[in-house]
Design a protein around this ligand. Sequence first.
Ligand SMILES: [Cu+2]
Length: 158
Amino acid sequence: MTGLAAFPGTLARTFVAGLVLAVVVTVMPVLAAAPGNSLVVQSPWMRKAPGVDTAAVYMVLRNTGTQAVTVTNVTSPFANHVMIHETTHEGGQSRMRMQETITIPAGKSVAFEPGGLHVMFSGFTQDVSVGQKVPFTLVLDNGDEVKADALVRPLDAQ
Ligand SMILES: [Cu+2]
């Protein structure tokens, strides 16, 4: 008799467990669609000279959302050091300055292009060749990560 009495309890526990699982599965896609996904990385590419241990990545960061997005860090499995730089021209001299963060206002784009903003890779962990795609990750101030692949283009690409 005890076995029979226990049966409804087991059934109830199974039902509750199933319900909890259903709620978790329903909530997860909502979390994945966090505001950070409003950042779109457009045509990222890289120029790299053979044997040189640095390379610059160019792209356009487009914020399709209604809130400003701030990039606080960039990482890549291909390089030990990845930094946001801005090339400035002062008195005929070209200098690179490190940018801690880059903020893209709501509905706006920020261009990373030769002679201006770029993502600097240094300390390459492996060789790259023209036509290859180099993965990197933009880390946002809200903790979200946006992944992209930079196409390696010939040295004379503009
Ligand atoms: Cu640089």
